[in-house]
Design a binder for this molecule. Structure first.
Ligand code: ADP
Length: 584
């Protein structure tokens, strides 16, 4: 630990020891991988706060930073500001030889623990036991269970173990969120996985991204076999067995899914872990206790009924817990809300206790201040499994980044939104069931909600679309057409998609696969304006797909000039070429 940081800790030791509750802080620190479960246990049994400070003094800069971040997250703002001045500067050095493999977990994109977390040791052990079966041989582990039952949290927890990584997966663990994807989406995801894997090997070498799923599969096969032998891929939230075909490359895979039989169509050894839909009563009560900071034994009698009403669903209990943290005298009220089940609309998939989720969501949203409730409603238009950076919301909401930050923190604290802090900038997302809920609740306003997205984009980017490939711009490049189509803004969609400039921007940032998919997917809308032009664009892209994959990026205007002269693509290219000549 740096001298400055150490002296700061010593200086404010007494104050820290008086004020902090280590339990919550340590959860964050374990998530960050700077503290082991053993250390946590020891601190729990000793004079907690003092022991934690002792430990910090013995640890490194990263631990100090993690502790600081934990203070911020737990709203110890004044304590955090005391430590802030002496925060060490860290240079990210890949050879620092981390002691417990946890930095490797975050490199692999393994999500951290949720804000409030309870251990499910029996379940975790079952999962770890299956992981050990992959020690010698490749194969598949299917973690299956209902939505919101805690599959993703379990998958992350199962690999948070130094021994398993050492023994079974010395090649590392790599997490990929899949969700409901079509082929182009899947291709982009596999491309980004390959990119991640290649980058950490050798940043000098720039590989062209694979431009078809077949090619992606071969690239991945090579990487997993040659460069990352004995590593584990975690595929989160798989819906469709065709997705698995891409990963059927004789490697080690753990997948989470609601559909138990997905691996029927792939080859290799197969194992299963079933996640029960609800937590044991005691575990669920523990979540409520942790949120409300009441001792387990001292919980009011309503606690038990709440757990029973939602059948122990971790997601629902967390939502209610977050509500109670702020309104500790509303136990009875929330219980009654859960029991009322006023949203009783029959759902297609009735296998899950949606009523409980609806009630919990409705209650959580109700306690938001009016203006934040409207902002939350705006999230209805997000696609499932798409994670977005705060900047996108600052465009959508037309708010300063700092304000957005505060609002997002509020949503995250209420379990209304989840945060992925493995990437920079942080990304935010909703659980599938929450999107279902919002869609249901706002189903008469979808068009206007999507329209708002488009209008805000137009307002913010009135001088032209973003041209860099950073995460913030990526969202717009990828989903603008989707919002326009959903908003029924057909004019806007035509003029965007029938523009060579847009094609250049999107192809440069995302490659041609997504673009071509747009013309296919929205073909039925575009054709109402002009089916000729639509097919001219589509044809141009199909013919030049391989060129548009190349880096450095080709001169698209030149490519377009070889289209037939009656093609709209050609016409636009010619205007641009003439402008260039004029400009000299
Ligand atoms: P699934 O992948 O099955 O849909 P998740 O793993 O995403 O479900 O969990 C849904 C939510 O339930 C989490 O965001 C978290 O709030 C809560 N949750 C799940 N497991 C736990 C746990 N062990 N402790 C506390 N909360 C949990």
């Amino acid at each position: 630990l740096e001298e400055g940081a150490r002296s700061c800790l010593l200086r404010f030791r007494l104050k820290l020891e008086e004020d902090i509750k280590p339990t919550y802080l340590m959860d964050h620190m374990i998530s960050d991988g700077v503290m082991t479960v053993d250390e946590e246990e020891r601190i729990r049994t000793q004079d907690q706060a003092g022991a934690l400070i002792e430990l910090l003094l013995r640890k490194d800069n990263l631990t100090y930073i993690s502790f600081y971040n934990a203070l911020v997250k737990e709203a110890y703002d004044d304590l955090a500001s005391l430590l802030h001045r002496d925060l060490p500067h860290i240079s990210l050095n890949p050879h620092k030889g981390s002691s417990d493999g946890s930095s490797r977990l975050s490199e692999g994109g393994i999500p951290q623990r949720p804000v409030v977390f309870v251990n499910r040791p029996e379940l975790v052990n079952r999962a770890r036991e299956k992981l050990y079966r992959l020690q010698k041989d490749p194969g598949w582990i299917t973690v299956f269970g209902m939505a919101g039952s805690g599959k993703s949290v379990l998958a992350a927890e199962a690999v948070r173990d130094h021994g398993i990584i050492e023994d079974c997966f010395p090649g590392g663990v790599h997490w990929l969120s899949i969700g409901q994807v079509d082929k182009p989406d899947l291709l982009v995801k596999v491309q980004s996985l390959c990119f991640r894997l290649e980058q950490s090997l050798d940043s000098q070498l720039l590989h062209r991204p694979p431009n078809s799923l077949d090619e992606a599969k071969e690239r991945l096969r090579f990487l997993m076999l040659r460069r990352y032998p004995r590593s584990l891929l975690i595929l989160d939230d798989i819906w469709d067995s065709t997705v698995l075909k891409v990963f059927d490359i004789h490697c080690r895979v753990l997948l989470t899914t609601r559909n138990r039989s997905l691996t029927d169509s792939v080859s290799g050894a197969k194992h299963e872990v079933e996640v029960e839909s609800g937590l044991d009563e005691n575990k669920a009560l523990e979540i409520l206790a942790l949120y409300t900071r009441i001792k387990l034994q001292a919980l009011p009698e309503e606690a038990r009924s709440i757990v029973k009403e939602c059948k122990g669903s971790p997601l629902v209990v967390s939502l209610i817990g977050a509500l109670l943290r702020e309104k500790p005298n509303r136990w009875r009220y929330y219980l009654r809300q859960l029991q009322m089940k006023q949203f009783k609309r029959i759902r297609k998939s009735s296998s899950y206790d949606y009523d409980a989720l609806d009630q919990a969501m409705a209650a959580s949203i109700e306690v938001l201040p009016d203006e934040h409730r409207d902002l939350y409603k705006d999230l209805t238009v997000l696609q499932k499994d798409v994670k977005i950076p705060a900047k996108v919301l600052s465009v959508l909401w037309d708010l300063e980044p700092e304000e957005v930050e505060d609002i997002l923190e509020e949503f995250v604290n209420k379990s209304l939104l989840f945060m992925d802090n493995n990437s920079k900038p942080y990304l935010y997302y909703l659980h599938d069931l929450q999107i279902d809920f919002l869609l249901e609740q706002n189903r008469t306003q979808l068009e206007s909600l999507h329209t708002k997205v488009v209008r805000q984009y137009q307002q913010h980017y009135r001088d032209g679309p973003p041209t860099s490939g950073d995460k913030e711009s990526l969202y717009w490049i990828q989903y603008l057409t989707y919002h326009m189509a959903k908003a029924n803004l057909t004019q806007e969609l035509y003029s965007l998609m029938f523009s060579l400039n847009w094609v250049i921007t999107k192809a440069k940032i995302m490659g041609p696969a997504h673009l071509i998919n747009d013309y296919v997917e929205y073909g039925f809308i575009l054709d109402q304006e002009n089916s000729e032009v639509r097919s001219q664009f589509q044809e141009f892209l199909s013919l030049n797909g391989h060129q548009l994959e190349q880096r450095p990026f080709p001169d698209v205007v030149q490519l377009a000039l070889s289209q037939p002269p009656n093609s709209e693509v050609y016409k636009q290219a010619r205007v641009q070429a003439q402008n260039r000549t004029k400009a000299g």
